[in-house]
Write a protein that binds this ligand. Structure first.
Ligand SMILES: [Ca+2]
Ligand SMILES: [Ca+2]
Length: 298
């Protein structure tokens, strides 16, 4: 930072300081100092004196996340630019005190005098205006912010505060969005609606392998609890009156993924008591999609 630039900012600060001092219990020193350096020091003293006695900022920054929208589903390949911002009355006051755009200069001046308040922050996974991650699956988007709050310390024990100690308030906000997996239907032996999968009556109670691809390995935590689920439906109308209840797996295998065939497999244990009834088997995924297959137990 050049001395010239700082001098300009300090002059801006001086105007603000004089205005702000109207409410501060300080005698206003004469600002017509004989040299620029001396004038700067007087002005700095005024500003610093204000900071020592002003009410302290105890409110964390407010964070607004417009995009991604909480709960949104975005299409694969869709370019979505992040839109978020942070606001803080304490930071706004400091900006006004510093003369608008001169906040960095003001903070640098404070640091030069042994008071490092850092900088206010407002940061997300990508900068505001940049594209968000659009890979298939669920995503969280967290923005964190901090302000310029400080406490006043009495370093010489005279009972009067004389030093500003950085003590920023922090806040965070999170939204969740999803991008659907490229699910293309259940794989054989299960057919997709509107086809109904017959289950051999002699084998009622048999295990039915539920197989599908999500276009790659998405991990083994892709099922939204209590998925998979099942419920009876009317064999003629296809209508359901009962709630979806957890379906049971055959054995203890759980969900498995085979990379060679890019196939997820979950084996459903059917019940011999379901003879002459029809049911759905529903798979809810963590990309907020659900997929259903129909079965007739003859
Ligand atoms: Ca604040
Ligand atoms: Ca003191």
């Amino acid at each position: 930072m050049s001395g010239t630039k700082r001098g300009t900012g300090v002059r801006r600060m001086r105007l603000r300081a004089v205005l702000a001092l109207a409410c501060a219990a300080f005698a206003v020193p004469a600002l017509a100092a004989p040299t620029a350096q001396a004038q700067s020091e007087v002005e700095f003293g005024l500003l610093f004196a204000q900071l020592l006695v002003l009410p302290q900022d105890t409110t964390p920054p407010a964070i607004t996340i417009a995009t991604p929208t909480d709960g949104a589903t975005y299409a694969r390949g869709e370019v979505v630019n992040a839109d978020y911002s942070c606001s803080d009355a304490g930071v706004a006051f400091m900006i006004a005190l510093a003369g608008g755009s001169a906040l960095d200069e003001f903070l640098a001046l404070l640091a030069d005098h042994g008071t490092n308040l850092g900088h206010p922050t407002c940061a997300g996974p990508v900068p505001a205006g940049s594209p968000i991650t659009a890979s298939p699956g669920p995503h969280t988007f967290t923005v964190t912010a901090s302000d310029l709050a400080y406490t006043v310390a009495d370093t010489d024990g005279d009972g009067v505060g004389d030093r500003l100690v950085s003590s920023p308030n922090a806040s965070a906000a999170t939204v969740r969005y999803t991008v659907p997996y490229p699910f293309t239907g259940f794989k054989a032996p299960v057919a997709n609606p509107s086809e109904v999968n017959p289950v051999n009556p002699l084998k009622a109670g048999q295990a039915v392998p539920i197989k599908f691809s999500l276009g790659g390995d998405r991990g083994l935590r892709i099922l939204t609890p209590p998925a998979p689920t099942s419920r009876p439906i009317d064999c003629t109308s296809g209508l359901a009156d009962d709630p979806l209840l957890p379906a049971f797996p055959a054995g203890n295998s759980g969900l498995q993924y085979d990379a060679a065939s890019d196939t997820y497999t979950w084996v459903w244990k059917t019940d011999a008591a379901w003879k002459d009834t029809c049911r759905t088997l529903t798979v809810a995924l963590d990309d907020d999609t659900t997929h259903e297959a129909l079965f007739a137990f003859k």
